[in-house]
Design a protein around this ligand. Structure first.
Ligand code: S3P
Length: 177
């Protein structure tokens, strides 16, 4: 079984992914990390030196590579925040056999607080100098991206849930209870 986690930057994809994989005793793959290892560059460097178009192309190739790798029969895969919105990435995920997807839906206030603290490492928002500008960007961006995020098989409202509750909710949804 492949479990794909998607959602906006800082919605908790990587931390939930790690915990879920531990709980299910299967492998965890973080797509950003996979790309960084492959290119031997961090995400900010890739954006700066190669540009976003290049990044999206590599992201699509790496997604296919991970999904098609037979060694990864059982895994939890955390996507980057933009992965569902480029190429036919959501179609690839939804057409994959034995694969399910979860949109981790986080509220804007939490995203804003987290992203303000972490913005330096995120090329799409690192230039924001004030909180209001960043909030406006997140609201618009999330609105545009929601169209793709909502193509996930399941939606988990994570805003008021702790890690244990999130894992429990994912498990219940996966078992159709
Ligand atoms: C991006 C999100 C990042 C990373 C890149 C672009 C986006 O991943 O892939 O900076 O377009 O939202 P995280 O969601 O893990 O931060």
């Amino acid at each position: 079984m492949k479990i794909v986690l998607l959602g906006y930057m800082s919605s908790g994809k990587s931390s939930v992914g790690k915990e879920l994989a531990k709980h299910l005793q299967i492998q965890f793959v973080d797509l950003d990390h996979y790309i960084e290892t492959k290119l031997q560059m961090n995400i900010s460097e890739i954006f700066q030196q190669k540009g976003e178009i290049f990044f999206r192309k590599i992201e699509n190739e790496c997604l296919k590579e991970v999904l098609d790798n037979s060694e990864h029969e059982n895994l939890v895969l955390a996507l980057g925040g933009g992965t569902p919105c480029y190429y036919n990435n959501m179609e690839l995920i939804n057409q994959q056999e034995n694969t399910t997807s979860f949109y981790l839906k986080q509220n804007i206030q939490t995203l804003l607080e987290r992203l303000w603290e972490e913005k330096e490492s995120r090329p799409l928002i690192s230039h924001y100098q004030d909180l209001f500008g960043l909030e406006e960007f997140i609201r618009k961006h999330l609105f545009e991206r929601q169209f793709f995020y909502l193509q996930a098989k399941h939606i988990v409202e994570v805003s008021n849930l702790n890690m244990t509750q999130i894992i429990e909710t994912i498990n219940l949804k996966m078992n159709n209870k």
